[in-house]
Design a protein around this ligand. Structure first.
Ligand code: MLT
Ligand code: MN
Length: 310
């Protein structure tokens, strides 16, 4: 059995986003239209109920820990149920929370070599004292058990795999062409499994395209938490809040022929759950036509504090 706790269901910026005054951010601030605040992208998973692994460390991690009692210290004067962190990319919404975990606490941080390289080149992350924090490389397409700093298995196995995506926004290099220097491994997805009963789910908070390889991997699975960033590709310009398309940001949209709703139609996934949802996405409005469509298509819209047991 695995317990999954959604710490943050929003995309980078959160909902409301601090400087955004468009319909949804405004509604969330005014507690209007049935909306609720969503913090930035992260989940926590446990197999034994005591030790948790974070999947991504959001800039909102401090308040996520405060608002979820499962994350509180339980014993001794210094303690945390958080044993480690697995990163799916190097974006700010997924790595900035590492700085919140800097208080001499034993942790293991797992990431693709590409992400470890940029973290090690950025000296602010040296606050994660190597005496306490192990940085471990994720080898792709190889299932293995996550271990705490002392090498004790946590009952959670993962298999990481590359998915279509993009280099982190803060590392984009225009001189490197249309993909800004993106390489394989800049964005990964994860199959997360119980080492005890082999139950598993997928966590794919960013994905630019559904490939045949990815669809075969997730076909028939119990639960997929999937990139729900935008309803439509031109949503930012349509809302007059930005120019970038979803594709430019490395995200496939929910709707349309190339969208995730269409891509999942024949995959027989039992629970399909959107996560990493941008504050412009109308599926965040409980009464919207778009929310009705996603629910009719069998999708759930994740929210902060949502718990899933598999
Ligand atoms: C994204 O998912 O596109 C990024 O998180 C953007 C950002 O860093 O704000
Ligand atoms: Mn993001």
């Amino acid at each position: 059995m695995l317990k999954i706790l959604i710490l943050g269901s929003a995309a980078g910026g959160g909902s409301p986003q601090w400087n955004c005054n468009s319909e949804i951010s405004k509604a969330v601030r005014n507690k209007d239209k049935g909306t609720s605040p969503r913090t930035q992208s992260s989940i926590a998973v446990t197999s034994n109920g005591d030790e948790w692994i974070l999947f991504n460390a959001s800039p909102d991690l401090g308040s996520q820990i405060l608002h979820n009692k499962q994350m509180h210290p339980k014993k001794d004067l210094r303690h945390s149920p958080i044993s480690g962190v697995v990163l799916t990319n190097g974006d700010v919404d997924h790595v900035a929370g590492l700085l919140t975990l800097r208080e001499r606490q034993n942790l293991s941080v797992y990431a693709h070599k590409r992400v470890h390289t940029v973290l090690s080149q950025n000296s602010i992350f040296n606050v994660l004292n190597p005496e306490f924090v192990d940085r471990r490389e994720l080898i792709m397409n190889k299932r293995f058990e996550l271990k705490n700093k002392n090498g004790i298995g946590l009952g959670i196995e993962i298999e990481a795999f590359e998915v279509p995506g993009k280099i982190a926004l803060w590392l984009e290099d225009e001189s490197k062409g249309d993909d800004f220097g993106t390489e394989e491994g800049d964005t990964i997805g994860l199959r997360i499994c119980s080492a005890i009963d082999n139950k598993s789910f997928f966590y794919i908070p960013a994905c630019a395209k559904m490939t045949s390889k990815l669809s075969e991997k997730i076909r028939g699975s119990e639960v997929v938490l999937f990139d729900g960033t935008l309803w439509r590709n031109d949503e930012m310009s349509n809302n007059k809040v930005g120019e970038k398309t979803g594709q430019r940001m490395g995200h496939m949209n929910n709707s349309g022929d190339e969208g995730s709703i269409e891509a999942f139609k024949k995959l027989d996934v039992k629970r399909k759950i959107f996560i990493h949802i941008n504050t412009t996405n109308p599926i965040l409005l409980p009464d919207s036509a778009e929310r009705k469509i996603v629910e009719e298509e069998g999708w759930e819209v994740s929210y902060d504090g949502m718990e899933i047991t598999i």
